[in-house]
Design a protein around this ligand. Structure first.
Ligand code: ATP
Length: 207
């Protein structure tokens, strides 16, 4: 179900770039992928984050300089789980990592938002926290109760209930995101319900 907030009515008609955000396991990737069925291009901050820290990039070199070679796999890739474990309980380390990676991601996102054709859905967990909401025409938060999100993410490899709970607790709340959004997708139904919402959002961008 989509709830349009009062700020939505102040938006102009031309929505070319829609920003999708939400807590871990809320369903934002699923929603953004569904929107591609209706002709919308999906740009994903997480994919870009992987690209700018791939082997041979200045990004990976800076991360290694800061955190040491123990965050590399035997084949020289970034060991995301290991790095995740390091920054998991250490907000200073998390901030240092953000300071390295954020400008690299921002540069790529800006460039792609300019060059990609047609309507774009830009999915980013930290859309609001990073200030990337200023790059989009409309902000949509995907929300779901913490218990539902816990169930959805617990099945992931390397995830425990305790880790999932901590990941949820260190993120901003749904209420915080909703206060900064133009619309909220309450992802509490099934995947068919979410598909209807995807279609409605894509339709907004073709009007
Ligand atoms: P992350 O922040 O970790 O990237 P996310 O917000 O992008 O998470 P998804 O990966 O889209 O979340 O969804 C998490 C899981 O929940 C997926 O397995 C997805 O298929 C499932 N899911 C999402 N929405 C629904 C729904 N309405 N009904 C059933 N399963 C759902």
């Amino acid at each position: 179900m989509i709830v349009f907030l009062p700020s939505f009515h102040n938006l102009g008609k031309n929505i070319r770039i829609m920003g999708i955000t939400g807590g871990i396991g809320s369903g934002k990737s699923t929603l953004a992928r569904m929107m591609t069925r209706y002709g919308v291009t999906h740009l994903d901050a997480d994919t870009i984050s992987r690209e700018v820290s791939a082997p041979g990039t200045p990004g990976l070199a800076m991360i290694v300089k800061e955190f040491g070679t123990s965050i590399l796999t035997a084949s020289g890739d970034l060991d995301r789980r290991r790095l995740g474990d390091i920054v998991f309980n250490d907000c200073q380390a998390r901030r240092r990592l953000q300071e390295i990676i954020h400008p690299l991601i921002t540069h790529q996102v800006k460039s792609r938002l300019q060059t990609l054709p047609g309507p774009i859905v830009y999915e980013a967990t930290l859309l609001l926290e990073s200030g990337h909401d200023s790059l989009v025409d409309m902000v949509v938060t995907v929300s779901a109760p913490a218990d539902t999100r816990l169930k959805r993410i617990q099945v992931r490899p390397g995830m425990t209930e305790e880790k999932a709970r901590t990941l949820i607790s260190v993120q901003q709340s749904d209420q915080w995101r909703e206060e900064r959004s133009h619309a909220v997708v309450r992802n509490t139904g099934d995947l068919q319900d979410l598909m209807k919402d995807a279609q409605e959002l894509a339709f907004l961008m073709s009007e």
